[in-house]
Design a protein around this ligand. Structure first.
Ligand code: PNS
Length: 160
């Protein structure tokens, strides 16, 4: 039985994240989406809301759970008794950062393996920050996010 963690800030979860989570759920037995506190990033949505959006967006996937964590990823992976970290890889610009993270996580705990799932072309350049920017400028971002997030972003930037 392979239990994997897909970590991220998910501020908010996008269709690109959902694509990676759905594909991981078809490959691995259990997928835990680890929603990081990421305080230094000053997220738009608090940890509870971000975790709730992931829960709602993945409710049709029976082997996927969402859990918040506030600490080192390697400690969270150990706590939930997973062995593998799965991340999505978009454009080439992701590579250096992800390579660094996977190398450091491997040094912090050499029992944890990191695996990557390539983003499909339609989500290659999609990010939570781009979605937040389009929403703040009142553009149409509906195809980039699950409906619960669309509603929350519309509320967030209403009248601003
Ligand atoms: O979606 P993001 O913000 O790119 O995800 C980054 C994340 C949350 C996976 C990364 O910042 C992380 O692992 N944070 C937890 C703290 C940690 O373990 N830091 C050291 C990583 S080498």
């Amino acid at each position: 039985m392979t239990r994997v963690v897909i970590p991220g800030t998910f501020d908010p979860i996008t269709s690109g994240h959902l694509d990676i989570i759905t594909r991981a759920a078809q490959i691995f037995d259990e997928v835990i989406v680890g929603v990081a506190a990421s305080r230094a990033k000053h997220p738009l949505f608090d940890l509870e809301k971000r975790t709730e959006f992931v829960k709602q967006a993945t409710q049709s996937l029976p082997n996927v759970q969402a859990k918040a964590f506030d600490g080192l990823l390697v400690d969270f992976v150990q706590e939930v008794e997973a062995t593998v970290v799965v991340k999505g890889l978009r454009a080439i610009t992701d590579f250096e950062y992800e390579f660094q993270q996977s190398a450091l996580n491997g040094q912090l705990n050499n029992k944890i393996e990191t695996m990557f799932i390539m983003s499909p072309p339609q989500y290659m350049f999609l990010s939570s920050s781009i979605v937040r920017e389009i929403a703040s400028l009142h553009g149409d971002f509906s195809e980039f996010v699950p409906s619960c997030v669309e509603e929350a972003l519309l509320r967030e930037f209403e009248g601003k």
